[in-house]
Design a protein around this ligand. Structure first.
Ligand SMILES: C[C@](O)(CO)[C@H](O)COP(=O)(O)OP(=O)(O)OC[C@H]1O[C@@H](n2ccc(N)nc2=O)[C@H](O)[C@@H]1O
Ligand SMILES: Nc1ncnc2c1ncn2[C@@H]1O[C@H](COP(=O)(O)OP(=O)(O)OP(=O)(O)O)[C@@H](O)[C@H]1O
Length: 268
């Protein structure tokens, strides 16, 4: 069985407070994007995992796909499988690529072995694997609060727009990015701001990580500026970076300046 774990962008990201468990509460809109990895699952005589494509730092035995398998095996009589992850979505990119791999592994195992897990149960397993992970169970636009793993309905349909993602070959650690932010409670809810026309988002929809990361990595602000020069209706860094995206009315021709980075363009 083959599946295509896609990534997400954050449209607005407010870090509102530090929690007693060391994590942060946030407000953000998560929106699924078509840039995807490939995950294959084949029943086998013993468990194995391999990856190809982009190098994944760290021990393969700790890969989130392996951990997803182990979590389910602890509770179910799971047969051994061979897992092959072809990694395409950049790592440390603010796109939740690893979290998506994990969520898709849970969903694939649930389906292949008829485990009968509900969406809510899959989300509970996913939450244990990472804050971004539960979003990818339903994988539809959502307004996310708390650790980013509690969801509220949002009516936001960007279909028809185009998105350009620029990963400037710079891996930013999520934990370090959080360590640099100063949490604060916003006066106006992001949920309300997201109901305004996209043309006005530039004036008030903000990713709080930009405040601490743009001074350290000036290239991020330069890319955002370039995206606006190219005609983006809205541009922002995603998550804890380093990917910067622009939302456009029509497809864009990527200049030499941006073309040297890892670039993906598609329809929303
Ligand atoms: C920046 C975002 O991508 C926004 O969507 C996410 O909040 C990051 O989620 P993630 O990559 O799944 O993060 P996790 O693997 O759960 O946590 C990595 C580290 O980030 C920090 N972290 C993460 C999520 C959160 N709400 N508060 C935090 O402080 C913690 O130091 C944690 O040890
Ligand atoms: N399938 C996977 N894909 C990517 N990274 C993984 C995976 N499994 C485990 N990891 C580990 O997670 C670390 C990356 O975590 P991090 O949250 O920074 O990146 P990410 O999962 O690509 O998400 P984001 O794009 O939100 O930063 C890697 O250094 C790697 O050790």
């Amino acid at each position: 069985m083959l599946t295509f774990p896609n990534c997400k962008i954050n449209i607005g990201l407010r870090i509102t407070e530090k929690r007693s468990d060391g994590f942060h509460n946030l407000q953000s809109c998560f929106y699924p994007i078509g840039w995807s990895d490939v995950l294959e699952l084949i029943p086998a005589s013993e468990f194995s995992f391999v990856s190809s494509g982009l190098d994944i730092p760290g021990d393969p035995a700790r890969n989130l796909c392996v951990r997803a398998y182990e979590f389910l095996r602890a509770d179910f009589d799971l047969p051994p499988v061979h897992m092959h992850l072809h990694k395409i979505v950049p790592i440390g990119a603010g796109l939740g690529g690893g979290s998506s791999d994990a969520a898709f592994a849970l969903k694939l195992l649930n389906e292949r072995f008829s485990l009968g897990l509900t969406v809510g149960q899959l989300q509970d397993y996913a939450r244990r694997l990472g804050s971004d992970c539960a979003f990818f169970v339903e994988n539809k636009p959502a307004y996310c609060i708390e650790k980013g793993d509690v969801f509220r309905e949002i009516s936001l349909d960007l279909s028809g727009y185009f998105i350009l993602l620029i990963y400037p070959n710079l891996a930013i650690s999520t934990a370090e990015a959080y360590a640099g932010v100063r949490p604060r409670h916003p006066e106006v809810s992001l949920l309300e701001q997201l109901q305004t026309p996209i043309e006005t988002w530039r004036d008030w929809i903000h990713n709080d990580f930009e405040d601490s990361l743009f001074p350290v990595y000036p290239v991020l602000g330069e890319i955002k500026q370039k995206l606006y020069e190219l005609g983006a209706l809205y541009a922002s860094m995603s998550g804890s970076g380093s990917t910067v995206y622009g939302i456009f009315q029509a497809p864009v021709t990527v200049s030499n300046h941006l073309g040297r980075y890892n670039v993906w363009q598609g329809k929303l």
